[in-house]
Design a protein around this ligand. Sequence first.
Ligand code: ZN
Ligand code: ZN
Length: 261
Amino acid sequence: MFVDSHCHINFPQYADQLDAVMADMAAHNVDRALCISTTLEEFPSVHALAQRFDNVWATVGVHPDNEGVQEPSVDDLVQRAALPRVVGIGETGLDYYRLEGRSVADMAWQRDRFRVHIEAARATRLPMVIHTRMASDDTVGILKESGQGDVGGVFHCFTETQSVARQALDLGFYISFSGIVTFKNAADLREVAKYVPLDRCLIETDSPYLAPAPHRGKTNSPAYVSFVGKFLADLKGVSPEELGRVTSQNFEDLFSLVRPS
Ligand SMILES: [Zn+2]
Ligand SMILES: [Zn+2]
């Protein structure tokens, strides 16, 4: 059994297909999924899924790419995090990919928003779901300065170097691999995936984005985390069953979950 540790199945394209999404998961030996918030505005739809399906959980957070949305206070996050089946803070972090003419200095608002999430994680003692792109020095630096020893979580959809992986592991974080690891041009990432100890790995789809081979280019779905899992198993020289068992255990340990009965 595999777990999709990061998906966005509250997005509108799934609205009338959720029963099929769930059936597909079961057919591909995917028993659980974590649905990730990217704005406060959409949080009710994420939380509703976690209440509707007993194998789906929710997080609360505002993605660093989202501008023109409600800016969260620590309290906004803490209050929503107290609701049943909310098990993490995020996704949050830094993304300097779309600077659109701005300098890194201009992105102070992203760093402020990230610090608000770290405060909320510390207050709730919940794990963080970290998104970082073209910004690993600042992401790790802010985690070190504001959260060291106090907060943990996962670096999701990991595409950084082995050195960044080492720093994340040293901070006590898990590292999650998505369908990107199956892409032809991802040889460097495959080396990083070999390097990260299995007992610190998670797997995810980031649906609807990043469908793994052999479904690359299609709308992704939590069922496809099984392709990520099998691919990673091959890479690490373990059976798919072992990869599924250990990454599911990691998921439970990180988010303090029990197996669905
Ligand atoms: Zn992300
Ligand atoms: Zn995401």
